[in-house]
Design a protein around this ligand. Structure first.
Ligand code: CO
Length: 134
């Protein structure tokens, strides 16, 4: 059901220093920061030959990654995103198997302008999983 790894998202407290780390220390191609107020984050995309890394910095008062950074002040892997052909079919299959979909269970438009859903980390080995319709 799941396809390619679309991205790994890393929450960071300081986007500028994380960008510098990836650009200068790791020698990666790093985009300019893209504020996404609707998602409560500013995102930087790092294109690797086989996948992407996304750096997420909290934006605004009610950022969904604020609590994560309180628990992980140095930052950390926040979620991984798998591609699926049919998001609604994937959702229904997962729910039928007992997995919990976060929020109201309806797809939202994600950071790439495509529909996404998040799955409860307690049902997936402690990993927050994003599914993105390709
Ligand atoms: Co993501």
């Amino acid at each position: 059901m799941i396809g390619r790894l679309n991205h790994v998202a890393i929450a960071v407290g300081n986007l500028a220093s994380a960008m510098k780390l990836y650009r200068e220390t790791l020698g990666a191609e790093v985009s300019e920061p893209l504020p996404q107020p609707a998602h409560g984050v500013t995102v930087v995309f790092i294109q690797l030959p086989n996948t992407k890394i996304e750096l997420l910095e909290p934006l605004g008062e009610a950022s969904p990654i604020a609590k994560f950074l309180e628990r992980n002040p140095d930052g950390g892997i926040h979620h991984i995103c798998y591609e699926v052909d049919d998001l609604l079919a994937a959702r229904d299959r997962l729910k039928a198997g007992g997995a919990r979909v976060l929020g109201d269970g309806e797809p939202k438009i994600g950071a790439h302008g495509k529909p996404v859903l998040f799955l409860h980390p307690k049902d997936f080995n402690g990993t927050l999983i994003e599914l993105e319709q390709i």
